[in-house]
Structure formats: structure tokens, C-alpha cells
Design a binder for this molecule. Structure first.
Ligand SMILES: Nc1nc2c(c(=O)[nH]1)N[C@H]1C(S)=C(S)[C@@H](COP(=O)(O)O)O[C@H]1N2
Ligand SMILES: [Mo]
Length: 251
């Protein structure tokens, strides 16, 4: 009688360990970054898995006081107000900039029930969030600014994303693109910013609309937004301008 009970307990422990192993393996697979398997993007593995395991998925990036706001260096690939400075700036952007973005729209398409275009006014009516955060560029500088914009989650919900949606690709008027996963897209500090330090976004900081994704390094913050595409599978939206950096670099 006693022996039988012991056996049962041992079996239970073995069964428990086996399923714990399976669970861990499953957990690991779920934390593998979407670039998994791409040799050039191997560095994503460590950061993605470590961050996704260690941090609460809702952890907020630090927010600062108005007195801590700093200036932003001019580090861009050219001045969008002077499209001749770089052919990445399209004629379309040049035209909109000259008209002070009258008639500008942001397109949202892909895995959404209502693909559509939003004017800036329509976006602003959806709601807003203001945050003073630190932008950290992978090239080694950082700067603090106050950003106001509409949460990306609000826009995604308004467009009616399908349950199979997994990634959000964001494209600028220049030849720049990035994709983020749904955790970053639905992060409360992930906003489409139209206002910087209380004034409409200056051209060089991404007018009329830029992404602020405070959980990621600088280059994920796509400026001059023109189009958002929701996908059900991983799309490495990085262009030749941004492709040199890891897909995922959580901070
Ligand atoms: N469309 C677009 N977005 C972009 C870039 C770009 O060249 N084009 N550069 C990225 C990089 S590397 C950084 S550090 C920030 C710089 O933002 P800032 O110009 O407001 O300082 O924008 C990011 N977003
Ligand atoms: Mo950057």
C-alpha cells in the first residue's frame, strides 16, 4: 500500500517535470523573435527573448518633467524642407510640406475590417496622449521631448484589426519603413505623434505624423508617416535605409 503510493508520487514528479519541460520549450518558441532563422538578424534572438521574459509586457518607459526637455540634434539624412538635400524625400512630400500638409492623409490597410485614410483632424478626434520621454538613437545620442498623439492602439481598433493581425508595418514618405509586433503596437505609450513640445511636429522631426514607440530604439520611430499595413505574418518592413539595425532592440 505504502509502496504503491510512493510510486505514484514518483510518476507524478516525472510527469510534472516532463510537462514543465514541454511548457518551457513552448514558452521559448513563443518568445523567439519573428526574425528567427534569418542569419543576418540572429542578434534579435537574445534581446527579444530576454526582454519579453524579464519585462512586464506593459512596463512603461520612464516619463520626465517639462524642465528635463532637451533639444534634438540635427542628425537626419537630409532636410525634408529641402527635398533636394536627399532624393529619399518624394515629390509628394515636398508638395504637402509646401501646402502645410493640407490634404494629408494616413492610409491604414492590410488585416483590418475598414481599410481607409485618416486626415490629421480625424486622427486627433480619436483621442490623445501626451508623454515626455527620452529618444535613444542607436548611434549614441539621446534627447527628451514632449510628444502628443493618438495611441496606435486606438487607430488599430478604429480600423477594426482582424484577430489574426500580428504585426504593424509603418512607412514614411521617404524610403523608410519598420515593423513592430502587436505588444509594441498596443503598448500605451505607442502613439502617432502630431505634436512635439506643444507645437505641430517640425518637418525634420517627422511632420506631419511620426511613430513614437518608447519601448524601442530611435530608428523604430518612423517619421513622415504615410501608410500603415497590418499583417498576419512577419514582414521585415525595414528599407535599405534602416535595414542595418536589428529588427528588435527593446530598451
Ligand atoms: N521616415 C524616417 N523615419 C526615421 C528616420 C528616417 O531616416 N526616416 N530615422 C530614424 C532614426 S535612426 C532616428 S534616431 C530618429 C530621429 O528622430 P529625430 O529626427 O526626430 O531626431 O528617427 C527615426 N525615424
Ligand atoms: Mo537613430
Amino acid at each position: 500500500m505504502r509502496k504503491k503510493r510512493l510510486m505514484t508520487r514518483r510518476q507524478a514528479i516525472i510527469a510534472g517535470l516532463t510537462s514543465a519541460g514541454a511548457f518551457l520549450l513552448y514558452g521559448w518558441l513563443k518568445k523567439a523573435p519573428p526574425t528567427y532563422g534569418n542569419i543576418l538578424r540572429m542578434g534579435d534572438g537574445l534581446t527579444y527573448m530576454a526582454q519579453r521574459s524579464l519585462l512586464s509586457q506593459r512596463a512603461l518607459a520612464p516619463e520626465y518633467q517639462k524642465s528635463e526637455i532637451t533639444s534634438f540634434p540635427v542628425t537626419d539624412i537630409g532636410d525634408p524642407a529641402d527635398p533636394a538635400s536627399n532624393d529619399a524625400y518624394s515629390k509628394e512630400y515636398e508638395y504637402l510640406l509646401r501646402k502645410n500638409f493640407e490634404g494629408y492623409t494616413l492610409a491604414i490597410e492590410g488585416r483590418v475590417a475598414k481599410p481607409r485614410k485618416y486626415s490629421l483632424e480625424e486622427l486627433k478626434k480619436l483621442g490623445g496622449r501626451t508623454q515626455i520621454t527620452r529618444h535613444t538613437c542607436e548611434e549614441g545620442w539621446s534627447a527628451i521631448a514632449e510628444w502628443t498623439g493618438v495611441p496606435l492602439s486606438t487607430v488599430l481598433k478604429d480600423a477594426g484589426i482582424f484577430p489574426d493581425a500580428r504585426f504593424v508595418c509603418l512607412y514614411g514618405f521617404d524610403k523608410y519603413g519598420e515593423s513592430i509586433d502587436m505588444l509594441d503596437a498596443f503598448h500605451p505609450q505607442t502613439i502617432l505623434a502630431h505634436t512635439m513640445n506643444g507645437e505641430s511636429l517640425p518637418a525634420r522631426n517627422g511632420a506631419p505624423l511620426r511613430l513614437r514607440v518608447e519601448t524601442q530604439l530611435g530608428y523604430k520611430n518612423v517619421k513622415f508617416l504615410r501608410r500603415i499595413v497590418v499583417t498576419d505574418q512577419f514582414v521585415d518592413a525595414a528599407s535599405d535605409i534602416s535595414a542595418g539595425w536589428s529588427w528588435y532592440t527593446g530598451i
